[in-house]
Design a protein. Structure first.
Length: 393
């Protein structure tokens, strides 16, 4: 925007130029004012013509200078030449703007010239934006592809500067105008190198241009498809001892009825195993056929739950084999040693080692009533958890 001092100086140079012109040939009309009025009138007509037919701005400028009286033509000739050069220069900078933008550029130049002739304040236009390169911010591409946004247009040196902001899907905005740098009158650059984009950012807005808002979509990285893998594990054998619930901890040779079980629950994050045993004393039934047994007073039981296998962070267990979730058996222990029994097959348990009755105290002592489960190798299928692992289903 021209200051009052600069406008006055321009007017003095203009008057001096007119005096010089009057020496070469007489000025028509009423001297300087008439010459200025003729120039202003021609400029007004040119502005109207270009506004209606912006594509013909060059023709309009040529006709304007041809139709002016010589003294008025000489008065503004240099300014018109510079104006035309600026408009053509914009087209030759490699900016593929729409033609109407060139016309607007010329109109603003004519308005600035008119304000100078009339010693009026000229309100400089804001920048005009033609296009962005690249036309989107693809955060999934290599950084060098999107970290520098070139903004092409006109009047990038305007005192009315551009502004930039990032919007999220929730509607929040972050101002990043400090990342804008004017390079030439026709080019500004937005440096996104240090900008941290939220995970839900979806729009980059350039505002302050005289054509409204310029918007570039922000494309978030497309997550890779979640992977599925198979893992193998060899869980260690597990033993559970029974604890006394009632009675005297001694079966007295009356072999207890033992019940053992092994169960697996898939929580997704882990395979939770539970091994259990119960032992109920058996005594011969009175006044009953031989081999008939009643429950005695001693009863013991025990149970343990632990993670048989845990998935890595960001993964979940889809399936496992052997897949039978429960393995159990019930039998009367008729010896005082270890009773080895194969599992039924198809489960993680390969075999049982059960201790019911012993030569001494049975419950709550080392080597007493207990069960040991011998476990087989696991084959576990796991998959990445969508979102948590940065992948998509």
């Amino acid at each position: 925007m021209a200051t009052a001092t600069s406008r006055a100086a321009w007017r003095r140079r203009l008057a001096a130029g007119v005096v010089a012109l009057s020496v070469a040939f007489p000025l028509t009309g009423c001297g300087l004012d008439d010459t200025v009025n003729r120039a202003v009138s021609a400029i007004d007509q040119a502005i109207d013509d270009i506004t209606v037919q912006s594509q013909d701005w060059q023709v309009t400028l040529n006709h304007m200078t041809d139709d002016l009286p010589r003294e008025a033509r000489e008065l503004i000739r240099n300014d018109l030449v510079q104006l035309a050069e600026k408009a053509v220069g914009a087209a030759t900078t490699g900016v593929q703007c729409i033609v109407d933008m060139l016309g607007k550029r010329v109109v603003e130049g004519l308005r600035a010239l008119r304000a100078q002739l009339l010693d009026e304040t000229y309100d400089a236009p804001p920048p005009s934006v033609c296009l962005f390169t690249p036309s989107e911010v693809n955060l999934g591409a290599a950084a060098e592809v999107w970290q520098t946004i070139s903004i092409y247009g006109y009047d990038m040196d305007s005192p009315k500067t551009l502004h930039a902001s990032v919007r999220t899907k929730s509607g929040t905005t972050t101002d990043i105008s400090g990342k804008l740098r004017q390079q030439t009158k026709y080019l500004s650059v937005l440096d996104l190198q240090d900008v941290q984009f939220p995970s839900d950012a979806d729009l980059l807005t350039i505002s302050g241009a005289n054509d409204g808002l310029g918007q570039l979509p922000v494309l978030q990285p497309v997550p890779p498809k979640c992977r599925t893998e198979e893992r193998h594990a060899a869980p260690v054998d597990r033993q559970v001892s029974a604890s006394l619930v009632r009675g005297d901890a001694e079966f007295f040779g009356n072999g207890p009825l033992t019940t053992v079980s092994f169960a697996v629950t898939n929580t997704g994050a882990a395979l939770q195993a539970t091994l259990s045993i119960s032992a109920q004393e058996q005594v011969p039934a009175l006044y009953a056929p031989p081999g008939t047994w009643w429950n005695g007073d001693t009863y013991a039981e025990g149970s343990s739950t632990w993670p048989l296998w845990e998935a890595p962070d960001g993964w979940q267990i889809i399936s496992y084999t052997p897949a039978a979730p429960v393995e159990s058996y019930v039998a009367r222990d008729t010896s005082t040693g270890i009773d080895f029994r194969p599992a039924s097959g198809g489960s993680i348990v390969k075999a049982w080692a059960v201790v019911g009755d012993t030569p001494g105290v049975d419950v709550g002592v080392a080597g007493g009533t207990s069960v040991t489960a011998s476990l087989t190798t696991l084959n576990v299928v796991i998959a990445q958890v969508p979102g948590v692992s940065g992948c998509a289903a």
